[in-house]
Design a protein around this ligand. Sequence first.
Ligand SMILES: Cc1cc2nc3c(=O)[nH]c(=O)nc-3n(C[C@H](O)[C@H](O)[C@H](O)COP(=O)(O)OP(=O)(O)OC[C@H]3O[C@@H](n4cnc5c(N)ncnc54)[C@H](O)[C@@H]3O)c2cc1C
Length: 470
Amino acid sequence: MYDVLVIGGGNAALCAALMAREAGASVLMLESAPRAWRGGNSQHTRNLRCMHDAPQDVLVDAYPEEEYWQDLLKVTGGLTDEKLARLAIRASSNCRPWMQKHGVRFQPPLSGALHVARTNAFFMGGGKALVNAYYRSAEAMGVKVLYETPVDAIELDEGRFAAARSGERRFEARACVLAAGGFESNREWLREAWGQNDAGEWPADNFLIRGTRFNQGVLLKYMIDAGADVIGDPSQSHCVAIDARAPLYDGGICTRIDCVSLGVVVNRDAERFYDEGEDFWPKRYAIWGRLVAGQPGQIGYSIIDAKAVGRFMPPVFPGTVAGSLPELADKLGLPREQFMRTLSDYNAACRVGTFDHTALDDCHTEGLAPAKTHWARPIDTAPFYGYPLRPGITFTYLGLKVDEHAAVHFGGRPSDNLFVAGEMMAGNVLGKGYTAGVGMSIGTAFGRIAGTRAAAAALEAKQGKHHAAA
Ligand SMILES: Cc1cc2nc3c(=O)[nH]c(=O)nc-3n(C[C@H](O)[C@H](O)[C@H](O)COP(=O)(O)OP(=O)(O)OC[C@H]3O[C@@H](n4cnc5c(N)ncnc54)[C@H](O)[C@@H]3O)c2cc1C
């Protein structure tokens, strides 16, 4: 029998497995994906949000605990557990040497992401390289990994873990860490969570999933049905506007459309519906998925002109190009008259001051609803471009309630050998909203805690048996 069973194969699972192994436990990991697709959503990541009081290799200036906490408080609107949030924040200040020991390398951000040079440490080679480094290290340390092993049931004995089942196979262990992600890849569950809108549409049918197809929420559902304490709202998730032409799964970061703040966004009726210049794009990009989800047909179109080109990270799919605005409307299949009315009204309302995309500048509209409060310049210079937008789900926030030891709770009581980490519990810290890089901070902090605790529980159980036998 293994000491610790880790279920999942992404960042949280790997952090747990490595810590448990370092603590002297024998470890078995069960990953539902085949080897080529291992690593869950973690393989798509780029960076980790890190607290630091002074410059640290790739991180400039300082990003103190209080500022990090305030940022989190703001985006979650208070839907966060301060104790657990501060724990994750503090852990982000000292986890990087451990990550480096296991082969993770960091680099300064590339030019398109300079605004996060202070707050976020970027992984050299992205999340794929991070995941590969952790697997290499885990295997070298003797962690056993079984791929294509989706766990579908957990045997519990009054809140204690006994075994996990994958079809006919049964895996016993002295302790267990659940790190099997959220339920974002489960389209049926998303449909149920989002429900029907007033127009009779099922908005989630038009969502795309930015990450892995393997986070089906099977374990989360199993644990909820088994009476584990739950946190979070199933309809809350990190949801951004991505290119409507992206694949259903695993499009990753290159399907993001980052030109929204440089132009206007219209719905399929060719009407604007939100202030595109409300705040810096990195702070605002996570609200646009939900905004597009609220539009008829769950589709939007980001419209820019030649002046915007070169000012944003080019998307992977080329935009629809036209020499005139009416031609662009036709090519995008938008009602031409309304499109021209929307664009003319917007162009006429622009009060251009000193355009500066790196500051909340003074280019705004006047007398227009909704207003565009920054970076408002007329869309008047050919060629014109349009990019179709769909809601892209990053990850869901419904999860299992934990304490600072990452223990799964049943009726308010912590299990003494069952732990949970990563997306499966991120809702304790992120009730809603998002700030870039915090997903990996939470997964790394709680993955490491869960692994350490699981090893301690397993070794204690082993010693207990020893004593009983002696
Ligand atoms: C495109 C994209 C970009 C992102 N960029 C960032 C970023 O730069 N910074 C950041 O902090 N966050 C980012 N995130 C969020 C981040 O990916 C998650 O917060 C983090 O990876 C969660 O880690 P995890 O280990 O909990 O889940 P995952 O990495 O998703 O791992 C879950 C694992 O569980 C496995 N699994 C699922 N069900 C079962 C089962 N029943 N049995 C066995 N195994 C199972 C899956 O195969 C997978 O390996 C991004 C997400 C996406 C989609």
